[in-house]
Write a protein that binds this ligand. Structure first.
Ligand SMILES: O=P(O)(O)OC[C@H]1O[C@H](OP(=O)(O)OP(=O)(O)O)[C@H](O)[C@@H]1O
Ligand SMILES: O=C(O)c1cc(=O)[nH]c(=O)[nH]1
Length: 173
C-alpha cells in the first residue's frame, strides 16, 4: 500500500512546518526522498502509471523540485515525452520557465508530488495554457485535501491522487 510505503521510507514527518501556501501544519509529506528508495519509488511510479494509463494525453509535465523525479520516472515508464516547469522563470540563460520540447495543442498530464491548496498546480496549469498546451488532468501522489481538488475543478480540471493525507495518517503503524 502506498500509505505504508510512505511511512517505511520516513516520508511522513511530524513537527511544525510552514507550507508553500503559508499555512502551518504539524505534518509534512516529504516525497523528495522517494527516489533514494528504489523499490518504494518503483511501486509508487507503477501505481501512478496504472492511473495515467486510463487517461488520454501526449506528454507528462513535472513540477520542480519535488514533482520532477516522479514525473520523469512516470514519463519514462509510459514511454511518453516529459516537459517540466520551474516555479520561477530562469533569470539567465534561456530565461525559460517551461523546459523540454512541446508544441501548441499538446495534451498534458500535470504531475506533482503533493497537492495542498492546489495553488502550485493551478499556476503551472495556467503557464501551460499560456503556451497553448491543453492540461487534461492533474495527478499527485498525496492530496492533503486542503482545497486543491475544488480549486482545480473551478478551472475545469480534475485532480487525481494515489492517496490522501487522512489515509496516510490512519495507516500509521
Ligand atoms: O498545493 P500547494 O498549496 O501549492 O502546495 C503543494 C506544493 O508544495 C510543495 O512544493 P514546494 O513549494 O515545497 O517546492 P519544492 O517541490 O521545490 O520543494 C509540493 O511539492 C507542491 O508543489
Ligand atoms: O503544502 C506544502 O507545501 C507541502 C505539504 C506537504 O505535506 N508536503 C510538501 O512537500 N509540501
Amino acid at each position: 500500500m502506498i500509505e505504508e510505503i510512505l511511512w517505511e521510507i520516513g516520508a511522513v514527518k511530524t513537527g511544525e512546518f510552514r507550507l508553500t501556501s503559508g499555512k502551518v501544519s504539524n505534518v509534512y509529506i516529504d516525497l523528495r526522498k522517494l527516489p533514494s528508495h528504489p523499490q518504494a519509488f518503483r511501486r509508487v511510479v507503477e501505481a501512478l502509471a496504472a492511473v495515467a494509463r486510463t487517461i488520454e494525453f501526449d506528454a507528462v509535465c513535472g513540477i520542480a523540485v519535488g514533482g520532477l523525479p516522479i514525473a520523469t520516472a512516470l514519463a519514462y515508464t509510459l514511454g511518453k515525452p516529459l516537459i517540466y516547469a520551474r516555479r520561477e522563470k530562469k533569470a539567465h540563460g534561456t530565461m525559460k520557465q517551461l523546459e523540454g520540447d512541446y508544441a501548441r495543442g499538446m495534451k498534458v498530464l500535470l504531475v506533482d508530488d503533493v497537492a495542498t491548496t492546489g495553488g502550485t498546480l493551478l499556476d503551472i496549469a495556467r503557464l501551460l495554457k499560456s503556451e497553448g498546451l491543453e492540461v487534461v488532468e492533474a495527478l499527485v501522489v498525496v492530496d492533503r485535501e486542503e482545497g486543491a481538488s475544488e480549486a482545480l475543478r473551478s478551472e475545469g480540471l480534475r485532480l487525481r491522487s494515489l492517496t490522501t493525507l487522512k489515509k496516510v495518517l490512519s495507516a500509521r503503524a
